[in-house]
Design a protein around this ligand. Structure first.
Ligand code: MRU
Length: 355
């Protein structure tokens, strides 16, 4: 996609260093950070410098590649395994993270005890995983564009755009493809409390692409659905269970319920790296619980250019902060993957799942 007209990816590999957009600084600052070691890469996933299922999957893959490059020859496999385990522990919900890490580990294992070849294979696999993510998302856009063209007033939650992947995005990709094909979509962007991925990232992305949109408070979605102002809802996913239940950013379930009540189709768009065939149902998906501070405080830029946090809640109050919820398969109209548009059923998921 483009930033100020210049083609850009969310993250990329450059001679052993991972370079990425510093997402918490958006939309007010566009900053590229450099991560020279796998340890810094793990921190960037944990502190959400990079976030979004596909983007953390790609970062995890490149993080293992960095570990393979850094590992001392004598303890190569022990070093890489320990690094992979730490990368795996950075965030619990998004399946893409585990898919990325395992993809590179398999490439390393295939080289046996030839360490030089294993290092090369790790770097090649990390980059291939990134390219695959970008291409899958491009294809999701192609397949989903006719749906958006027919239903141009779209609601989305969180950020499942190109910032959540290597390029293109999942839920936003069909919107971008439809617009490039001549459609005129209008997007209702849920603000997405508490971290505001909607108002800070999705709105910024849509603005860069010249797509008409309005940010709405999360609790306004039902109002617009009921009023008949929204033709379809499309969201991304962090993990899709084998039965078609879908984990996505907290608040997605509420949106799906409101869409069902209003008779509006509710689509999920995700690359097949999001499918967890070994996770039987949504009840088996681990839901990340994040710091209460994300609810009790807001972050923003002060007039004098400082990135500061401000407490909005009473000093004595505490908070609960689940980062994701699960939308049951029966509320999902269809899942748009790079391998086709399928029903959220065991058979539908199996027909596109990898491996
Ligand atoms: O906590 P985040 O920002 O990493 O959450 C991930 C997401 O961006 C969303 O849940 C998104 O809708 C699906 S991931 C493409």
């Amino acid at each position: 996609m483009r930033v100020d007209g210049i083609p850009t990816r969310t993250l990329w590999w450059e001679n052993g260093v991972i370079r990425m957009i510093d997402q918490p600084k958006l939309p007010h600052r566009f900053v590229i950070v450099e991560l020279p070691t796998w340890r810094e890469t793990a921190v960037a996933i944990r502190d959400m410098t990079v976030r979004g299922a596909g983007a953390i999957g790609a970062t995890g893959a490149l993080g293992v590649a960095q570990a393979a490059v850094e590992a001392p020859e004598r303890e190569f496999h022990t070093f890489v395994t320990a690094a992979a385990n730490t990368l795996r522990s950075t965030r619990p919900t998004a399946q893409n993270l585990f898919a990325g890490i395992d993809y590179v580990l398999r490439a390393i294992e295939a080289e046996g005890d030839d360490i030089a070849l294993a290092r090369e294979a790790a770097v090649a696999a990390g980059n291939a995983f990134c390219d695959d993510d970008a291409e899958s998302c491009r294809r999701i856009g192609e397949l989903g564009a006719p749906i958006v063209t027919a239903r141009p007033r779209v609601s989305t939650h969180c950020n499942a755009g190109w910032l959540a992947f290597v390029d293109w995005g999942s839920a936003l990709s069909p919107i971008y493809a439809a617009a490039r094909g001549g459609a005129m979509p209008f997007v209702f962007v849920d603000e997405t409390r508490p971290r505001q991925q909607g108002s800070q990232l999705t709105a910024w992305e849509l603005g860069q692409e010249g797509i008409a949109h309005a940010i709405i408070a999360d609790n306004a979605t039902g109002h617009y659905l009921k009023a008949g102002d929204i033709d379809m809802v499309i969201v991304g996913s962090d993990r899709i269970a084998a039965n078609g239940d879908v984990a996505n950013k907290i608040g997605t379930y509420t949106s799906a319920l409101a869409a069902r009540a209003a008779g509006v189709p509710f689509y999920v768009a995700a690359p097949t790296t999001t499918i967890a065939s070994h996770t039987p149902t949504g009840a088996d998906i681990p839901i990340e619980e994040r710091s209460p501070d994300e609810v009790l405080y807001v972050w923003g830029w002060s007039d004098d250019g400082r990135f500061i946090r401000v407490r909005t809640a009473p000093a004595s109050s505490t908070a609960k902060n689940p980062a994701f919820d699960v939308t049951p398969a029966e509320l999902v109209t269809a899942i748009i993957t790079e391998r086709g548009i399928v029903p959220a059923t065991v058979e539908g998921i199996r027909s596109v799942a990898r491996g």
